[in-house]
Design a protein around this ligand. Structure first.
Ligand SMILES: NC(=O)c1ccc[n+]([C@@H]2O[C@H](COP(=O)([O-])OP(=O)(O)OC[C@H]3O[C@@H](n4cnc5c(N)ncnc54)[C@H](OP(=O)(O)O)[C@@H]3O)[C@@H](O)[C@H]2O)c1
Length: 385
């Protein structure tokens, strides 16, 4: 069985993000001050397909590939790992609230390794849809390195968590990195079988790269949105406040995800578990709200209650981090919990609850690392006389 990732997709109040709906298939005109940027030369003709390398063909990745190919404005090469045999032989079998039932579907190419740009495979976009686990090598920036053309390839991160762009911008200072905040609900109950039960709502904006002009970065975001939306089966929008949207999502992910994973209780049971909401969930969420505010992102006054009550109690929904611990998978705790904690504390916000949650998650991750041989411990001493 593969990781079951469930995210609070349709239950989000997407009205609260600042969105600018995009017309599809708009031609892209490079900004006047960016004539030297060769990025969009091959994209200028709207009829040509963008070539997309999608890394991480799991639940969100498979639906992203399907959306991109459905619009016929992208040819997707997907990189799979544990499900490579299933997908390369039989394609994906998808049950989707957006697309219906599709059997044996394959994107343009299915690979089990990152292709080398030097060997002729160059991509306009590299869309990264792996779980983001920076404490387990290889790092994402190293993983995609063979395919990145410096100054050209646009990197899109459709992943949860804060500061995920920093290692990418450090490694590729001349490349645009786009932020994708996905509110989908999807999982892969067995290799190549994808169940999507909440619509794919994707917010796209640029992570600010100080080396590049804001116009070029915004134009890349617009181009990606138009290609992703072209099939008409998804809600993909340009989000000019995508950092705000990321922080808002953290109120749920940093707190409910981690507390459910630590306690092995789903989002219904945690609400029934005596004082867990009052003394764990709510204080943790208020700390994230305070950290977001200190970082310049004022979240709505109702956000904590909205997040606690987002899932109907009797759904008994396991958030993705709980699904990962139940499967013995690594958890995305560094970016979902560690970075907001570090960011908040750096800005002087007391975050005692988050601190404890973070170190509990770190210990859970360590246990998994030991099981998988990533850490070694001294042999047990002989204390029997
Ligand atoms: N699922 C949701 O409903 C949802 C909703 C919103 C946001 N998200 C976020 O979206 C991101 C992706 O989540 P997901 O649920 O799609 O995860 P997933 O189902 O576990 O898929 C991730 C895929 O990436 C593959 N992968 C990991 N490392 C790889 C590598 N080095 N080379 C090639 N493939 C690699 C995994 O392969 P293996 O099977 O070998 O590990 C897996 O197929 C996460 O940041 C998650 O938090 C998820």
């Amino acid at each position: 069985m593969r990781t079951i990732g469930v995210d609070p997709g349709k239950r989000w109040n997407i009205q609260s993000a600042t969105l600018k709906p995009q017309a599809h298939n708009l031609p892209f005109i490079p900004p006047a001050n960016d004539k030297g940027h060769e990025l969009f030369d091959i994209m200028a003709d709207v009829k040509s397909k963008a070539s997309v390398l999608l890394v991480g063909g799991g639940s969100v990745g498979a639906i992203a590939a399907l959306n991109l190919e459905t619009g016929k404005q992208a040819a997707v090469t997907i990189v799979c790992r544990s499900n490579f045999n299933a997908v390369s032989q039989n394609g994906y079998n998808i049950k989707s609230c957006d697309h219906g039932k599709i059997n044996n579907w394959k994107p343009t190419k299915v690979l089990n390794a990152i292709p080398k740009a030097s060997e002729g495979s160059t991509f306009d976009y590299i869309v990264c849809v792996t779980k983001n686990v920076p404490d387990v090598p290889p790092s994402l920036s190293d993983l995609i390195r063979p395919a990145v053309v410096p100054g050209k390839t646009v990197i899109v991160l459709i992943q949860n968590g804060l500061n995920i762009e920093k290692p990418l911008i450090a490694a590729y200072p001349q490349n645009i990195v786009l932020s994708g905040v996905s509110l989908i609900g999807a999982n892969e109950p067995s290799p190549g079988h994808i169940d999507q039960d909440f619509p794919d709502t994707l917010f796209i904006g640029a992570f600010a790269n100080p080396n590049l002009s804001p116009q070029t970065q915004k134009a890349a975001a617009e181009d990606f949105v138009s290609r992703y939306s072209a099939g008409g089966k998804t809600q993909c929008s340009l989000d000019t406040r995508v950092d705000w949207t990321r922080w808002r999502k953290l109120v749920y992910n940093s707190c409910l995800n981690s507390i459910c994973a630590i306690t092995d209780l789903d989002t219904g049971r945690i609400r029934l578990a005596d004082d867990a909401v009052a003394h764990l969930v709510r204080p943790a969420m208020l700390e994230i709200v305070a950290a977001a505010k200190a970082a310049g992102h004022e979240l709505p006054a109702t956000v904590v209650d909205d997040m606690i009550e987002m899932d109907p109690l009797d759904m008994y929904l396991p958030p993705s981090m709980l699904s990962d611990t139940r499967k013995g998978n690594f958890i995305e705790y560094e970016n979902i919990l560690g970075e907001p904690l570090r960011e908040g504390e750096k800005l002087g916000v007391p975050m005692p609850t988050l601190r404890v949650l973070y170190y509990l998650c770190q210990a859970i991750q360590w246990k998994n690392k030991e099981l998988r041989g990533l850490v070694s411990i001294p042999p047990k001493g002989n204390y029997v006389t």
